[in-house]
Design a protein around this ligand. Structure first.
Ligand code: ADP
Ligand code: MG
Length: 250
């Protein structure tokens, strides 16, 4: 579903990603771990082309992000085409980013209507199904400010799923939550993982990584230091940097 090959990214003189290779298979969950500033968010953002790579390439479901091939030449896609491609990739942020002036239901139907031109009745029925799935059927007509952080993040997940994405990216989805609200969001994410959603998740929740991940990737200073099944990377890491990081977050 996702292939990164030799991805480099700099911001001015700051090299953030130094040749990242990563493969995410369809239906699999990849958890990305690493210290603050190691490039995790930047890596996620290259997957949906919120960041353009300087070198290397990103394929999502066989399509080159940001470019179209004709013969053996590459043409940069227009912003409109990039946006269309991006609608098939869900993104869940630490900060929820719900629209405060829209109800929960309106938040979930907004993008399918505006970005995908779906039929209102169909999009609304789908949104209600998704709200049920994240346990918020009774909040459809509420405004986000009347919900807890955990509920808001569950709405944000429903909103991401409303686009029928091929892939959902999560950037520290529970980091802004009070500790007692983390579990309800992780439960929803575990449910998605179990039902075959392809996910790339940046998180410090080692327990989630252990239960839900097919692959755990440890990033440090813009390089993948180690990757493998959770039991290997979390319980018998080969690299000293991985051990030091795990020691610090556990
Ligand atoms: P992480 O998510 O692992 O904490 P980030 O990918 O957010 O790391 O950031 C990696 C490095 O890139 C940091 O030093 C950060 O300050 C820098 N960085 C990220 N985005 C930008 C940007 N748009 N402009 C300049 N520097 C950036
Ligand atoms: Mg980050």
């Amino acid at each position: 579903m996702v292939e990164l090959r030799g991805v480099h990214k700099s911001f001015g003189a700051l090299d953030v990603l130094h040749g990242v290779d990563l493969t995410v298979r369809k239906g699999e969950v990849t958890v990305l771990l690493g210290p603050s500033g190691s490039g995790k968010s930047t890596l996620l953002r290259t997957i949906n082309h919120l960041e353009k790579v300087d070198k290397g390439f990103v394929l999502v479901d066989g399509e080159l992000m940001g470019y179209r091939r004709s013969g053996n030449r590459l043409h940069e896609l227009s912003e409109r085409h990039i946006l269309r491609r991006r609608t098939r990739i869900g993104f869940v942020f630490q900060s929820f980013n719900l629209f405060g002036h829209l109800t929960v239901l309106e938040n979930v139907v907004e993008a399918p209507l505006s970005a995908q031109g779906r039929d209102r009745a169909e999009a609304t029925a789908h949104a209600r199904e998704l709200l049920e799935r994240v346990g918020l059927s009774d909040k459809a007509q509420e405004y986000p400010r009347r919900l807890s952080g955990g509920q808001q993040q569950r709405v944000a997940i429903a909103r991401a799923l409303a686009l029928r994405p091929k892939l959902v990216l999560f950037d520290e989805p529970t980091s802004a939550l009070d500790p007692e609200l983390v579990g309800e969001v992780l439960d929803v994410m575990r449910d998605l993982a179990r039902t075959g959603t392809t996910m790339v998740v940046v998180t410090h929740e080692i327990g989630f990584a252990r239960e839900a991940a097919d692959t755990v990737v440890f990033l440090d200073a813009g390089r993948i230091v180690e990757q493998g099944p959770p039991a290997q990377v979390l319980d018998s890491p080969r690299e000293e940097r991985t051990r030091a990081f795990l020691g610090a977050v556990r």
